[in-house]
Design a protein around this ligand. Structure first.
Ligand SMILES: N[C@@H](CCC(=O)N[C@@H](CS)C(=O)NCC(=O)O)C(=O)O
Length: 215
C-alpha cells in the first residue's frame, strides 16, 4: 500500500485529472482513486472542502496535499524514481518537461473551444485560426518527439509527457481535427494503452452530463 489517494473529477470531462491518473496507472503505481464529480453550475462544494484551489486533481499522501496535475506527477516521480514516469535520459527528460509545461500553460484556444469529452461521438467541429494554430503546434511537438524516439510513444515507452497530451488525443479524435497519418498513428497507440482504456471505460459508465462541456 502506497497510502496515496488521488481525487479526480468526472472521468468523461476532467482532462487535468486524467493526466496524473494515467501517468500513475501506466507506471504501475498503486493508489486510491476518488471521483468527485463536478455537476454544479458554480463548482462542486465537495472539491472546495478538500482542495486549496477548489479544483481537482488533488493528491493526498498522509497529511500532505499536492495539487496541480504536473506537481502531482513530479511528486510521485520522486517517490518512485524507478517507475519510469519521466525518460531516463536527462536531455529527453528536459524536453519531456518542456512539452508538458507547454501543455499546462498553453493551448488555451483548443482547450476552450474543444472540451475533453470521452463519450462524444466523433463529429467534425468548425474551429478558428487560433485553435488551428494550437493543433499545428501540438502536431509539431509530437512529430519532433516521435522522430527522435522512434515511438511508439513520445519518448519510446509511455511517460508522463504522453499522459499530459492524452486529453488532446481525445479532442483531436472526437472533434475530427487532424488527418496526418503519423498524428493518427500516435493517437491510436495512446488510445490502445491499457491505462487509457481503463479511464475511458470508467468515463463511459458515468451518469453525469455537464451541458457546458457538450460542444
Ligand atoms: N492547472 C490545474 C487545473 C485544474 C482544473 O482546472 N481542474 C478542473 C477539472 S479538469 C476543476 O477542478 N474544475 C472545477 C471547478 O473549477 O470548479 C491542474 O493542472 O491541475
Amino acid at each position: 500500500m502506497t497510502g496515496l489517494t488521488l481525487y479526480v473529477g468526472n472521468k468523461n470531462y476532467s482532462s487535468w485529472s486524467m493526466r496524473p491518473w494515467l501517468a500513475m496507472t501506466a507506471a504501475g503505481i498503486d493508489f486510491q482513486d476518488v471521483v468527485i464529480p463536478f455537476d454544479f453550475a458554480a463548482g462542486n462544494p465537495d472539491i472546495r472542502a478538500i482542495s486549496p484551489t477548489g479544483k481537482v486533481p488533488l493528491l493526498r499522501h498522509g497529511d500532505l496535499l499536492v495539487w496541480e496535475s504536473l506537481a502531482i506527477i513530479e511528486y510521485v516521480a520522486e517517490l518512485f524514481p524507478d517507475a519510469g514516469l519521466w525518460p531516463a535520459d536527462r536531455p529527453a527528460r528536459a524536453r519531456a518537461r518542456s512539452y508538458s509545461m507547454e501543455m499546462l500553460s498553453g493551448f488555451r484556444a483548443l482547450r476552450g473551444a474543444c472540451p475533453m469529452n470521452i463519450r462524444r461521438p466523433k463529429q467534425a467541429l468548425s474551429v478558428g485560426a487560433d485553435v488551428r494554430a494550437d493543433v499545428a503546434r501540438i502536431e509539431q511537438i509530437w512529430k519532433e518527439a516521435l522522430g527522435r524516439s522512434g515511438g511508439p510513444f513520445l519518448f519510446g515507452p509511455f511517460t508522463a509527457a504522453d499522459a499530459m497530451y492524452a486529453p488532446v488525443v481525445n479532442r483531436f479524435d472526437v472533434y475530427d481535427l487532424v488527418a496526418d497519418p503519423e498524428t493518427l498513428g500516435y493517437m491510436q497507440q495512446v488510445k490502445a494503452h491499457l491505462a487509457y482504456r481503463k479511464w475511458e471505460e470508467a468515463a463511459r459508465a458515468e451518469p453525469w452530463v455537464v451541458p457546458e462541456d457538450e460542444v
